[in-house]
Design a protein around this ligand. Structure first.
Ligand code: BGC
Length: 703
């Protein structure tokens, strides 16, 4: 780009410094996270969050609404990159409409353990699923000229002491799990920006690591975009620019002075500053169409996209003949979550939609018949405890309020509701957010006594009368279910489903769509089973009450890689999710070439409802020099909507390189010789077809 070279030649060192240090919060777009500084003819551009919708706010007079899409944990549960791409595109259209050039999303940190407060903003415990979903999101966002930002690079997998914690992790686990998600997203999505994280990695702030930001990211993976810091990350701006940061966010005048002085004294050679300036200018150039703005947004269409994504992300954990319900079914709805429905989590990952359809609103508008006396009781209770103002804030996910006791009905009342309704719904909610982790205690990971009491009362009264009980989990992540799941007939996980929440719940209950979501993480039976929870130094770190460092003791054995290898039974395994219909898998064919594998098979809907199935391909490698996990996900594909009797031939390509493990001794990727098993299934533990192939001699690839 000649103009870029010309500009670089005339800019003073001071001007260059101002280009690489941002401003925040943004002044032009209210509520946006930050902007770059305008210098000469170079305009300022605006950056904002985030993963569930464009985060901007209004002044007192004007409120800028944006669509609340399902949280990324739910997007990942769709296992459908096309849906995620549409969400990314819609979000970027809204960003563009409001004059935002850079979206600070997607987040793709690994669900190392289920208590990370920001897991809802991230996709999965598996790097391939995370990376593929992120790549799809990036493609959607960038298709309209807005930059996507992969974050938080890397190993920022807990919120406890997130800005200072030192993550100690082996290079193998980094390469195969934590970096891998980013590698897939960089190579398949070609993002224009990436955000380095708050934490340290093996002793050094990620935003000050040349190894990470230059060697791995640019030299090995070919990343050609801009690297920005997380807001206030690290402690040395000179080190940051030298390591490969291009834009320090949100920045301040002190940092500007610090860098100017470093340039004057030669501590920051100009070549580093020029590299950063070039990348800032390139980003501004790439997003230039975003600045020209769009005149209108099709809000109805975006609501439809949010609805469609949420529908595909609902996971049905259990169904003993309870679902779907018939129109006209009389439903008794228990739990404050019917009123206080959570659309998203808290922190930079929330946004302000025009409306949120609560579960109760959705049910009322549906063909189900809501027991109004019971639901009004919950409505009155919530309003009296919260007050109108707090409730509004809660809908916006702006406040963290104490959980309300759920058992506000007596046994006699429950008996009355059981008598006159056909079915009971119990809504359980759990929020989480930026800056704090969830806790393995009652009222968080474990259900509180009041929740258990409610489940006991409802289950007894309805079951005595031969009626079914359905639990609806409106949650940011897993809660313990093994101790109470036998008391209910169906469990639906609706995650944090965005603004269309109630409509999604009603339509799934009524079978207008069959659930087709699959778990993007292992749903553990108990906290003690979680690999990261084996010792305090592994989580939350040392010293326990205020950790400075955390050791990733489980190494590569994250999520199902641990449960499968060490034979630990989860409550529900990775990739699990039921449907209202049944699918059969047939005619597996595997073709192996020099470059990879082509796996193909036929999926047929043998049940009675239309539905979609997620076909998952796992590979079990032979044990060799490098210890291997039991199996790893290497490909997946969601079918189209299959009517009863209909079938689809699925083809999944797996590049040979994907079979490799990271060999610490050789500092390279290695595929060891031996017999490999291909395992095709409907979940990681529901394998329907298998085949084998052989690798004759070891293959080695450079990173
Ligand atoms: C968060 C980022 C976010 C940024 C700007 C930080 O605190 O960690 O995810 O993009 O703030 O809002």
């Amino acid at each position: 780009m000649a103009w870029l070279e010309n500009l670089l030649a005339v800019l003073t060192a001071e001007e260059k410094v101002r280009l690489v240090v941002g401003v925040g919060p943004a002044r032009i777009v209210p509520g946006a996270a930050g902007e770059t500084r305008a210098v000469r003819i170079v305009p300022s551009i605006t950056l904002t969050d985030g993963p569930s919708g464009v985060r901007i706010e209004g002044s007192e007079k004007v409120w800028y609404y944006t669509t609340a899409f399902p949280a990324p944990i739910m997007l990942a549960s769709t296992w459908n990159p096309d849906v995620v791409e549409r969400v990314g595109r819609a979000m970027a259209e809204e960003a563009k409409y409001y004059g935002v050039s850079v979206l600070l999303a997607p987040g793709l940190n690994i669900h190392r353990h289920p208590m990370c407060g920001r897991n809802f903003e991230y996709f999965s415990e598996d790097p391939l699923l995370s990376g593929r979903m992120a790549a799809a999101f990036v493609r959607g966002v960038q298709s309209v000229g807005v930059a996507a930002t992969l974050k938080h690079f890397v190993a920022n997998d807990q919120e406890i002491n997130r800005t200072t914690i030192d993550t100690i992790v082996s290079e193998r686990a980094l390469r195969e799990i934590y970096l891998k998600a980013f590698e897939v997203a960089v190579k398949e999505g070609r993002p224009w920006a990436i955000m380095c994280s708050y934490n340290k990695l093996n002793g050094r702030y990620t935003c000050q690591s040349e190894w990470l930001l230059t060697k791995v990211l640019r030299d090995e993976w070919g990343f050609d975009g801009l690297v920005m810091t997380d807001w206030g990350a690290g402690d040395n701006p000179v080190e940051q620019i030298k390591a490969g940061v291009d834009l320090i966010m949100p920045g301040n005048d002190e940092i500007v002075k610090w860098l100017e002085e470093a340039v004057r004294k030669g501590a920051l050679p100009l070549q580093y500053l020029d590299r950063a300036v070039k990348n800032v200018l390139k980003l501004i150039e790439r997003t230039s169409t975003a600045r020209s703005g769009v005149k209108s947004v099709d809000w109805d269409e975006h609501a439809r996209i949010a609805y469609e994504a949420a529908i595909e992300g609902v996971v049905l954990l259990k169904n003993s003949g309870a679902l779907p319900l018939k129109p006209g079914t009389r439903v008794a709805v228990f739990g404050t979550g019917q009123v206080e429905t959570l659309k998203s989590g808290m922190g930079s990952g929330h946004n302000h939609p025009r409306y949120t359809i609560t579960i109760l609103d959705g049910l009322r508008k549906s063909e189900l018949v809501v027991d109004e006396e019971l639901s009004s009781k919950y409505e009155g209770y919530v309003l009296s405890k919260r007050g109108k103002e707090q409730l509004e804030k809660l809908y916006k996910c702006e406040v963290m309020l104490e959980r309300l006791p759920q058992d506000i009905v007596s046994e006699e009342e429950v008996a009355k509701y059981a008598e006159r309704n056909n079915v009971a719904l119990i809504v359980i909610t759990r929020i989480s957010g930026e800056g704090w982790d969830r806790k393995p205690v009652k009222g968080d990971f474990y259900l509180a006594d009041d929740e258990i009491k409610l489940i006991d009362m409802v289950s007894k009264a309805f079951h005595e009368r031969g009626k079914k009980v359905i639990a609806i989990l409106n949650v940011a992540g897993p809660v313990e279910v093994a101790s109470w799941r036998d008391k209910v007939d169906a469990i639906l996980v609706i995650w944090l489903p965005g603004q269309e929440a109630g409509k999604v719940v009603a339509d799934i209950l009524l079978g207008k769509a069959s659930p087709s979501g699959k778990l993007p993480l292992t749903w553990p039976k108990d906290w003690k089973d979680v690999p990261a929870a084996k010792a305090p130094e592994c989580y939350p770190g040392t010293p326990q009450n205020n950790p400075r460092f955390v050791v990733y003791c489980e190494d590569i054995y994250v999520g199902y890689r641990y449960y499968d290898t060490y034979n630990i039974e989860p409550a529900y395994e990775f990739g699990y999710g039921l449907s209202y219909t049944k699918f059969e898998y047939r005619n597996l064919r595997v073709e192996k070439s020099e470059t990879g594998l082509r796996v193909s098979l036929e999926v047929i809907n043998t049940g009675n409802y239309p539905g979609k199935e997620v076909v998952q391909v796992y590979i079990k490698a032979p044990q060799g020099r490098i210890p291997k996990p039991f199996q790893e996900l290497k490909g997946f594909k969601k079918t189209k909507l299959l009517n009863p009797g209909e079938s689809e031939r699925i083809e999944i390509e797996i590049p040979l390189r994907e079979l490799a493990s990271f060999d610490i001794d050789k500092k390279a990727w290695a595929i060891e010789p031996g017999v490999y098993q291909i395992r095709v299934g409907s979940s990681s533990r529901d394998i329907r077809l298998t085949a084998t192939f052989t690798i004759d001699k070891e293959l080695v690839f450079s990173p």
